[in-house]
Write a protein that binds this ligand. Structure first.
Ligand code: SAM
Length: 127
């Protein structure tokens, strides 16, 4: 059973707000992309890490994390249905760099679909 605690956020990101972000994902990737360098400098993702991107939105940071964790895995989760839908579409493009392997209602993911043993506590990242 799904239980939504913050209904205002869920309504906003599944309503106009989320649809707007999904429809203009390239623009928003540019807007929030300025945060990527300090984010990934801090997260120090290793090649074999398994990364959880909470609030992945359209999935830009999940895809980038998947590239850094080249022998690991990056999983993005988000409460916005339209943005996760968008993230899955982009992740499956050949130029996304990594394979997408969505596996449950609202995750988006990038990385190897198979299990990889973690080498340390998985980093978590989000904007
Ligand atoms: C400002 S957007 C940023 C999206 C993405 N991290 C990026 O850099 O493009 C914030 C995201 O957080 C998500 N969000 C808000 N509350 C959440 C929650 N409780 N659980 C999961 N995702 C949440 C929204 O749906 C939205 O996609």
């Amino acid at each position: 059973m799904e239980r939504i605690v913050n209904t205002q956020q869920a309504e906003a990101w599944n309503g106009y707000e989320g649809q707007y972000w999904a429809d203009h994902s390239e623009r928003w990737d540019e807007v929030v992309g300025g945060l990527n360098e300090p984010l990934f400098d801090t997260a120090t993702i290793g090649r074999r890490d398994r990364v959880l991107d909470v609030g992945c939105g359209n999935g830009q940071t999940t895809r980038l994390a998947g590239g850094l964790a080249a022998q690991g895995h990056a999983l993005g989760v988000d409460l916005s249905e339209p943005m996760v839908k968008r993230a899955r579409i982009v992740a499956l493009r050949p130029n996304a760099g990594r394979n997408g392997s969505p596996s449950s209602p609202r995750p988006c993911s990038a990385g190897h679909p198979g299990p990889t043993p973690p080498t340390r506590t998985p980093p978590a990242c989000s904007h």
